[in-house]
Design a protein around this ligand. Structure first.
Ligand code: SAM
Length: 482
C-alpha cells in the first residue's frame, strides 16, 4: 500500500519545492506524521472551567492549547470527540487546528456586523459567534444548498442567537449588503492541498485545472466581499491550500487593483512548522469608500422608500401577529425566567412571525425580502392551534438559569442515551430543578422541561404524569445504543 507521501501529485511537489526551498524536505516529511485534531470550547454554553474540571478527552490544559485560538485544544483522535453526547449538546466544536487561526487571530468587537461568505459547515461562523458574545449580527452564507444543512445544524447546536443563515452567491448578497459589514470573512473554495494528510481522497480530487477554476472564483468573491464592507471595515481572506496562486497572488493582484485596499498582513501556518494541517489568511482594510456621490444618493433614496413601505407593512402585520403571539407570550411567561440572560436578550430583539414560526431578529437587520434565507435570527418556535411549541434552537440557546424547569442528566447516566435516541424518560426519583433550585413541589405534570447533560442544554422534554416525552428532533436522534 502506498503512503500519502508517495501519492502526492508531481506538479504539487514541484511547486512546493520552488516555494519552500530549504524547507521542502521538512515539509514533505510532515506527511509521515499523524494529522492533527482539535476542539474549540463553546463558551456561549459552557465555561472553560467545566472542561478543566471534567477533564474530558484527557486534555493537558497547560500543553495542549492551540497557540492562535484562545478556546482551542488539541485532542487525540482516539478520544472520538464526535461520539460524546456533549458534542450533540454543542459544548464544543471539532475543528482542524490551523483553520482556527483565521478567526482566532482576528480582533472582533462586540456589536459588529459580520459576513461569513463561504460558511458551511460552520467552523469559522461558530468561532465568530463566540467572539461576538451574543451581540451584533452574523450573516452566515453558503451557496451550496446541500452543504447548508450541516451549517444550519452546527449553528443550532452551538446555540446561535444572533445569526442569519442565507443561501446565495456573492452577487446575490451584494444587492442587499453593499457597504453594510464591519468584517467580511471569505474562507474561499480552494484546491485543498492542506487536506491531503487528513483525507486521501483530496489528493485524487486535486488537479492543475482545479487550481485555475478556484483562482477565478476567488477573484470574484474577494471583489464582491470587499464591496460589502463599510469604510474602515476588514476583509479576511483564507484558504486551506498551499499554492501561492490561490493565496499571495490573489491578494497582491487585488490590492494592486483597488487603491482603497490596504493590506494589513498575510499569514501562513505550515504543517512542518506548527501543529496543524496548514492554512493561509490575509487581512485587508477598506481605507475609504470609493462610491460615486450620485450612487450614494440613489441608494439612500431607494432605502428610505423601501423602509417606509416596510414600516407600513410591518405595522399592519404587527396587529395580526399580536393576536397570534398570545400563546407565544404565555409560553415565555410560564417557562422563561424573568430577569434571566435569555429573557433580557429577547426584549432587545424584534419579533417576526413567518408562516406560523416566531423568530427573534436583530433590530439592525435589513429587509431581506428576495434573498434566500434559511433562518433569520433565533427561531423561537411554532404557533400551533391554541398552543405554542418551542423550537429545538431555543432549547440549545438556553441554560438552566433561564428556564422554570430543567432536568440535569449526568453524562454517565443511561438516560443520556435514552434521550438522544428519542425514548421517553421517567422522572420518578430524578431531581427536577425549578428556577435552578431542586423542585420540592408535588407536581408530576410540569409541561416543558429543559434537558441538560452535565449542565449543558441538549433539548426539550414535556412532562405529563411523571413521564417526560422526548422532544429531541427526529432528524438528530442517534440510531445506535451504547
Ligand atoms: N468556512 C467553512 C468552515 O470554516 O467550516 C469552510 C468553507 S469551505 C473552505 C468553502 C465553501 O465555499 C464551501 O462550503 C463551498 O460550498 C463554498 N463555495 C463554493 N463555491 C462558491 C462560490 N462560487 N461562492 C461562494 N461560496 C462558494
Amino acid at each position: 500500500m502506498s503512503t500519502i507521501k508517495e501519492k502526492l501529485p508531481e506538479e504539487f511537489k514541484k511547486e512546493m519545492k520552488e516555494l519552500l526551498k530549504d524547507e521542502y524536505e521538512d515539509f514533505i516529511n510532515s506527511y509521515d506524521q499523524d494529522r492533527t485534531n482539535a476542539i474549540r470550547i463553546n463558551d456561549l454554553k459552557v465555561e472553560k472551567k467545566f472542561f478543566e474540571e471534567s477533564n474530558l478527552f484527557d486534555i493537558d490544559y497547560e500543553k495542549d492549547g492551540v497557540e492562535w485560538a484562545d478556546l482551542g485544544y488539541y485532542v487525540s483522535s482516539d478520544k472520538s470527540p464526535g461520539k460524546n453526547p456533549l458534542h450533540d449538546a454543542g459544548a464544543y466544536y471539532i475543528q482542524e487546528p490551523s483553520a482556527m487561526s483565521v478567526v482566532g487571530k482576528t480582533d472582533i468587537a462586540e456589536g459588529e456586523k459580520i459576513l461569513d461568505m463561504c460558511a458551511a459547515p460552520g467552523g469559522k461562523s461558530t468561532y465568530i459567534l463566540s467572539k461576538l458574545n451574543e451581540t451584533g449580527i452574523l450573516v452566515s452564507n453558503e451557496v451550496n444548498s446541500t452543504r447548508i444543512r450541516a451549517l444550519g445544524e452546527n449553528l443550532e447546536r452551538f446555540g446561535a442567537t444572533n445569526c442569519t443563515i442565507t443561501n446565495s452567491d456573492s452577487k446575490g448578497l451584494l444587492t442587499f449588503f453593499k457597504g453594510f459589514f464591519d468584517k467580511v470573512f471569505i474562507d474561499a473554495p480552494c484546491s485543498g492541498q492542506g487536506m491531503f494528510r487528513k483525507y486521501e481522497h483530496a489528493i485524487d480530487d486535486w488537479s492543475e485545472e482545479k487550481v485555475e477554476e478556484c483562482v477565478s472564483i476567488q477573484k470574484e468573491l474577494i471583489r464582491d466581499g470587499f464591496d460589502m464592507l463599510k469604510e474602515g471595515g476588514m476583509l479576511i481572506y483564507s484558504t486551506c491550500t498551499f499554492t501561492k496562486r490561490e493565496n499571495e497572488d490573489i491578494i497582491n493582484d487585488f490590492i494592486n487593483e483597488y487603491q482603497n485596499a490596504e493590506l494589513i498582513e498575510m499569514d501562513r501556518i505550515w504543517p512542518h512548522k506548527q501543529r496543524g494541517e496548514g492554512h493561509f489568511s490575509a487581512r485587508i482594510i477598506k481605507s475609504s469608500e470609493e462610491v460615486r456621490e450620485e450612487e450614494i444618493q440613489e441608494n439612500s433614496n431607494k432605502k428610505s422608500k423601501k423602509s417606509k413601505k416596510k414600516k407600513k407593512e410591518s405595522s399592519n402585520s404587527r396587529k395580526q401577529d399580536s393576536q397570534k403571539l398570545k400563546d407565544y407570550e404565555s409560553f415565555l411567561k410560564d417557562y422563561i425566567r424573568d430577569g434571566s440572560k435569555r429573557k433580557n436578550a429577547i426584549s432587545e430583539k424584534a419579533v417576526e412571525v413567518k408562516g406560523g414560526f416566531v423568530y427573534l431578529v436583530s433590530k439592525d437587520m435589513l429587509d431581506l425580502t428576495g434573498l434566500k434565507v434559511l433562518r433569520n435570527g433565533l427561531l423561537m418556535g411554532e404557533i400551533k392551534k391554541n398552543r405554542f411549541e418551542p423550537s429545538h434552537s431555543l432549547a440549545m440557546a438556553l441554560c438552566i438559569d433561564d428556564v422554570k424547569y430543567a432536568v440535569n442528566l449526568d453524562i454517565e447516566d443511561e438516560d443520556v442515551f435514552r434521550y438522544i435516541v428519542g425514548e421517553s424518560i421517567s422522572l420518578e426519583g430524578k431531581e427536577v430543578y425549578k428556577y435552578s433550585e431542586p423542585d420540592t413541589e408535588d407536581n408530576n405534570s410540569r409541561g416543558w422541561i429543559l434537558v441538560t447533560i452535565n449542565g449543558v442544554s441538549i433539548g426539550w422534554g414535556k412532562e405529563s404524569n411523571g413521564i417526560m416525552k422526548n422532544k429531541y428532533p427526529k432528524g438528530l436522534r442517534r440510531v445506535i445504543r451504547k
